[in-house]
Design a protein around this ligand. Sequence first.
Ligand SMILES: [Zn+2]
Length: 283
Amino acid sequence: MLLRPDVYSFDFGAFRIAALLDATDIRGGLAASFALGEPDAHVRELAVTNFIDPDRFEHPFIPIFIDTGAAKILFDTGLGAPESALLPSLARIGVAPGVVDIVVLTHGHPDHIGGLRAGASLVFPRARYVFGAAEFDFWVRGENVRQARRADRELFMRSCAPLADSATFVNPGDEILPGISAIDAAGHSPGLLAWRIASEGKQLLIWSDTCLHYIVSLQRPDWQATVDDDKEKAAGTRRHLLAFAADERLLVAGYHMPFPGLGFVERVKDTFRWIPVSYQLNL
Ligand SMILES: [Zn+2]
């Protein structure tokens, strides 16, 4: 039996935060996924230099739960059954689905909205749902949805569109609660939102899918990823938020970074490096 950590919680200012591993995929095609058009040798060299497999990679899915004291907030809902470990992980930190007050969807892709429903019913029955206005509008309109995302739109229309009347729609800069505000991260999806979490002088950046791989996205931020909808814009956003995280020395929560998906960003010449958390959050 293999045992690996899948829940990591810590106090952050007045907030208690938990990173919850929903699932992990092992995928082939590091180059095909994150380095479109780049010479294969460059990808291999980058992988070998960083002690990772040049072909296969681990792709984790890590929702973030925040208890502010006044509200219990879940950022993204994972893949949904049957792969999902989100609900058992929430149970381990003492959180039943019925006590979640707010569910924030950073964007409309299936690995983020997949856990909203079990069959037709809502998994978090009491929650208020928060969507980026531009993201919600994009999926509901259904214009310019690229071929690879057609099935994603069908899921969005089944799962999220019926929430239109009760949901809260936000734009970059909006604050949903004191210290919790949206940041424009469009590119990977048309209305992707990152979130800035501030409490008692501490700041966390939830960058969702701005970076998709902890080596490639940071050390080669301009390389293009297959799953980024607007690849140039996604690369621009990536550079912008990486610089922001590095210069402000922010703690970062990355949905697809290695578990617990928490770390810092260091500038290295004109690119960046992911510094995973060690004991900073335990002190
Ligand atoms: Zn994702």
